[in-house]
Write a protein that binds this ligand. Structure first.
Ligand code: GTP
Ligand code: MG
Length: 274
């Protein structure tokens, strides 16, 4: 058995995922409902148009639909996140992706996009928000810049290398704690599973250990896996086009006036202490 394991009798399946997936499926069904609703609307629109012309129907102002609504997608983006050296770039290479010459990433040299069928993978620099302020500020700025250009993304993958469970948990939480808002579209990707002496037991244990974090899925990748095998697991992820709104996260942009106000607040609080 690998270094990671205390055995669990409770196999939870996919990380409490039944609920998450059920939730996502419901959203999918809602989409279906929306689509059939649209079709019905199309059919009735000709009749309505005539009635409007005849003055039978008053034209009501159109209510703007929420742009945050989940929409079906063709292109599936998976952003790989993780602390330093966990194996994001190695996984990116293992996937043998084709290059994506892209306006979004050309300005942010640390973000690399690669394509495989309908999937786009984004390799990101080390998630360094617990480091010193300068490193942290650079990471936040680049992350914001990336999302300035790409408002939509379909999934995040927190990459973590297989080792002692407590260390793995720590690394995952170092990322997850800043992006909890998006946990429904966050999967945990455990790499280096070849280091496990008993893969099935360790998978079961890890599913159980990460269950409480409430992420979407957990994937297990080992070095010898070929592109096709990895892709099979990626296909298990439910991709949805989600508007990435960084409000209420550490990545939220602060305007100058907000910054000024926050500094004033801080000054008042400090004065009160003195
Ligand atoms: N032997 C060998 N090890 C490597 C090589 N490149 C990376 N590694 C190791 O493989 C592990 C994963 O490295 P990466 O895939 O670069 O990790 P990463 O998550 O992209 O790291 P950052 O980009 O720094 O956040 C680390 O322990 C590296 O030291 C290589 O060319 N040869
Ligand atoms: Mg890297």
């Amino acid at each position: 058995m690998g270094s990671c394991c205390q055995k669990s009798k409770n196999n939870p399946g996919n990380l409490n995922l039944n609920e998450v997936v059920a939730n996502l499926n419901t959203k999918g069904e809602q989409q279906g409902e929306q689509q059939s609703e649209q079709e019905q609307q199309k059919n009735t629109s000709v009749v309505q148009e005539k009635e409007i012309q005849q003055g039978k129907i008053e034209i009501q102002p159109i209510i703007q639909k929420d742009t945050n609504q989940i929409q079906p997608i063709q292109e599936k983006y998976l952003m790989l996140l993780g602390t330093a050296g966990v194996g994001k770039s190695t996984l990116f290479k293992q996937l043998e992706l084709s290059d994506v010459p892209n306006e979004t990433t050309s300005t942010i040299s640390n973000y690399h996009e690669g394509k495989l069928n309908e999937y786009f993978f984004i390799d990101t620099p080390s998630f360094q928000l617990d480091d010193e302020i300068e490193t942290r500020e650079i990471f936040i700025k680049e992350f914001q810049e990336y999302f300035d250009n790409r408002k939509y993304i379909s999934s995040f993958g927190i990459v973590v290398n297989f080792e002692r469970t407590d260390l793995m948990k720590k690394k995952v939480l170092q990322v997850l704690k800043y992006l909890r808002k998006f946990k429904d579209i966050i999967s945990i990707i455990v790499v280096n599973m070849e280091l496990s002496d008993n893969v099935n037991e360790d998978k079961e244990h890890l599913r159980d250990s990460f269950k409480h974090m409430g992420c979407h899925r957990i994937l297990f990748i080992s070095k010898e896996m070929k592109q096709k095998q990895i892709l099979e697991q990626i296909q298990e992820i439910q991709f949805i086009k989600t508007h990435i709104d960084l409000t209420d996260t550490i990545f939220e942009k602060i305007t100058q006036s907000q910054e000024k106000r926050q500094l004033q607040d801080l000054k008042i609080r400090l004065d009160q202490r003195l």
